[in-house]
Design a protein around this ligand. Sequence first.
Ligand code: PXP
Length: 239
Amino acid sequence: MLKLGVNIDHVATLRQARLGVEPRPLEAALICEEAGAWGITAHLREDRRHIQDADMVELVENVQKLNMEMALTDEMLQIATKLKPNSCCIVPEKRQELTTEGGLEVVNNFENICAAVKRLHDNEIIVSLFIDPVAEQIAAAVESGAEYIELHTGTFANTKAGSSERKEELSRLMEMAEYATNLGLKVNAGHGIDYENIEDILKIPHLHELNIGHSIVSHAVMVGMKQAVSEMIDLMKKY
Ligand code: PXP
């Protein structure tokens, strides 16, 4: 069964807008679990624009499966190895970006990535690398020892529904999911997935998990977190 990981960063975005105490990411995470989400994802960014260190602590302590998204920095590795979330997804991070804009450069950062994967594995943390659907990056991800990749679906999500660009990007994702699986990687996908474009996302073979944040949190503002999560899970049942 295709699993849903809900990224709750934007619950924290709303709280940080007033530097207050609500809404609390942990409370949202517990409702997501109750609604059937398989896991919770949170990105502790270097600039702490949404999720804060204290959020990570209470999430690790209280949710069933926490996936920590993090940049490849010594600070983040120290935090991860101390908190020991179930898994870490290593992502590229730029301070000026609105959200993660592209996949990790595994080929050009190979040694640093291998060292990070080893450090996380030594602490019994599962590792995923967030990468673009590009064969060389996938081959390097296998060599790094990471057990998962998360295919970056942001480029796909930024194309117009029904356009030739969308078809092209979807077939790239499909082909690279096949390639990665044949090389022994487990494949997740995430970024920009919503209630509409998920229909195409479900055509990608061999997926284990989708990590979805903005669309679920946005819908939750209208219908509540429980319903927003259930509606997404219902759509994913077609996989
Ligand atoms: N996966 C990764 C690696 C991400 O960086 C993000 C955004 O934080 C997501 C999934 C979720 O993306 P979205 O909020 O667009 O659903």
